[in-house]
Design a protein around this ligand. Structure first.
Ligand code: NFE
Ligand code: MG
Length: 579
């Protein structure tokens, strides 16, 4: 008899996501549904606002890819008003993106997804000396793997384990699960890098703040360019960026990437991560300016059904979002310029699912026949698409982007994996490290281009006017850490008339559409064998490989419109807020 497993929340950090799977008697997933249980409605808030303010509001979609919505929203307004921004502004925006990308990739692997691969308590059993020697197998210049550093990492976790809080941030996981494949020594290397990555992510955040004023939510972009001219022209600021970039590059090349090689070698026979993925259509767009004529990810295109022999050009008119199974009024596919976002919450239905003791228990379940998620279903020409680092890598590979081809071939050679392994969960997690490596190795080109250009040109902002008698429309497209992101604006009477953001996690976490076609998360779960129904680590590992960001995907409110909380700020109270 089939059984239902509910995993909720799948991520606590980036908004609420729920997965429900139906398994057969062999523990194999026969059907899967993924639901975002959170709605924010930022696209609705944009309406009627001055287009120059909209990017600042859109930035609040997410504090993780914290710069990305600000940037793409700014680009959308610039596209609508036909503004060409100065080269310096392009380069600075690119440098901020580079910092964001590496920040996000490192945080994803170590702090959000790494513990799906690295069994932390197992690291306490490791011999630090052996682990220290082992680290040289994966890189000639390992980081944070000296015997003393590894011993200290063990001591830190042992102290947590013996404290009243249990394992602290490492509590509540499926430690010891049969599908963990690393040895204690390998787990210890991963643990040490987890701790080191906390420092590295802080450095990356500082880099964004050098040109952005602060992080999260940098403040230096305006429609027309950037405002950080004094930082661009100050050698102490630019040198600080450069020095920090070297730290990031070092960590990516000598910790993150080697750890992924280690994981790839050890997990290549673990069926749950090498199961072929469900949606084999991948889409990406060009991004990351290196210089006036060079972009790192050059291709704006897509591949279909895993076929690496043909790259298709994107026709933006074919991008739609529909809501047959999403909690919005209009079911029909809509182009984002004309997209609507009218909430229509229908809730969950009574049912049962496997409880923590393995017995069936009453639960509120997803209404698979009706509406079941706040996430819409984006489609390209009616097709579901995966976006993200794996898509960027695969489409670039298919398009013969030399940098990408070299990086992918090197990874396959170093790990002994076949090309097909890219089309798996393991491939998706590896692609993100390859992405980080490619960015880290090329970022200095953008930096030098900025230094050279500021010797002859100090422009950072282009003038423009908004004619209230004219109607405009424009979109900002680019790569966010989780994939292709687009913001779409219509301007009328000098204000935003309509706004839609079609976000990476929306593409990937999409529910079914009217034809029954599933989005990547759902399709990926089907066929998955779960070893222990009370410990569905395999589900979590697959979903985390996409790095779901539900704050982004549905852009908080109580569904009944109730006030959640009220804040009274007293400006004379030395910064203390009364909640
Ligand atoms: Ni909130 Fe985001 C990214 C965007 S969502 S993290 O990357 O855009 O997918
Ligand atoms: Mg949207």
């Amino acid at each position: 008899m089939s059984k239902r497993i509910v995993v909720d929340p799948i991520t606590r950090i980036e908004g609420h996501l729920r997965a429900e799977v139906i398994v057969n008697d062999d523990g194999v997933v026969e059907d899967a549904f993924v639901s975002s249980t959170l709605w924010r409605g930022l696209e609705v808030i944009a309406k009627g606002r001055d287009p120059r303010n909209v990017p600042l509001i859109m930035q609040r979609i997410c504090g993780v890819c914290t710069y990305q919505h600000y940037l793409n929203s700014t680009k959308a307004v610039e596209d609508a008003l036909s503004i060409k921004i100065p080269y310096n502004a392009e380069l600075v925006r690119s440098l901020m993106k580079i910092a964001l990308m590496i920040h996000d990739h490192v945080v994803h692997f170590y702090h959000l997804h790494g513990v799906d691969w690295i069994d932390i308590p197992s690291a306490l059993k490791a011999d630090p000396k052996k682990a220290s020697e082992l680290a040289f197998k994966y890189t000639n210049s390992p980081i944070a793997t000296g015997t003393d550093v590894l011993k200290r990492a063990q001591e830190k976790v042992a102290k947590l384990a013996n404290s009243s809080q249990g394992l602290g941030p490492f509590a509540n996981a499926y430690w010891g699960h049969k599908t963990y494949r690393l040895t204690p020594e390998q787990n210890l290397i991963g643990l040490s890098h987890y701790l080191k990555a906390l420092e590295v992510q802080r450095i990356a955040a500082k880099m964004m703040a050098i040109f952005g004023g602060k992080n999260p939510h940098p403040q230096s972009l305006v429609v027309g360019g950037v405002t950080c001219i004094m930082d661009i022209l100050d050698p102490t600021r630019t040198t600080e960026y450069m020095d920090n970039l070297k730290v990031l590059e070092d960590f990516v090349l000598h910790a993150y990437y080697p750890d992924i090689k280690m994981a790839a070698q050890m997990y290549k026979d673990e069926p749950s991560v090498v199961k072929p993925i469900g949606v084999k259509n991948f889409m990406t767009t060009s991004d990351i300016m290196l210089s006036r004529d060079e972009e790192l990810f050059k291709t704006k295109g897509y591949i279909l059904d895993g076929d690496l022999s043909k790259v298709y050009e994107i026709d933006e008119d074919k991008i739609t979002e529909e809501a047959t199974h999403s909690w919005y009024e209009d079911d029909e596919p809509q182009h984002p310029y004309d997209g609507t976002t009218e909430p229509k919450y229908t809730g969950f239905v009574n049912g049962e699912s496997v409880g923590p003791d393995g017995k069936m228990t009453h639960s509120e379940n997803i209404d698979a026949k009706g509406k079941y998620s706040w996430i819409k279903a984006p489609r390209y020409d009616g097709k579901a698409m995966e976006v993200g680092p794996l898509a960027d890598i695969l489409v670039g590979y298919a398009d013969n982007n030399k940098i990408i081809v070299h990086a992918v071939n090197e990874f396959l050679k170093e790990t002994g994996l076949p090309k097909e392994a890219l089309f798996t969960t393991l491939g998706r997690t590896a692609a993100r490290a390859i992405h980080a490596k490619i960015i880290a190795q090329n970022a200095m080109k953008t930096f030098h281009a900025l230094i050279e250009n500021t010797k002859v040109d100090e422009e950072t902002c282009a003038p423009y006017i908004i004619d209230k008698d004219k109607e405009y429309k424009g979109r900002g497209m680019g790569l966010a850490p989780r994939g292709m992101l687009s913001h779409w604006i219509r301007i009328k009477n000098g204000v935003c008339e309509n706004y839609q953001a079609v976000v990476p996690s929306t593409w990937n976490a999409s529910p079914e559409d009217a034809t029954g076609q599933k989005g990547p998360y759902e399709a990926d779960l089907i066929g998955l064998k779960i070893q222990d129904l009370t410990q569905p680590l395999e589900i979590i590992r697959i979903i985390h490989s996409y790095d779901p960001c539900i704050a982004c995907a549905v852009h908080v409110m109580d569904t009944k419109g109730n006030t959640l909380s009220q804040y009274k700020v007293n400006p004379l109270s030395n910064g203390v807020c009364d909640a």
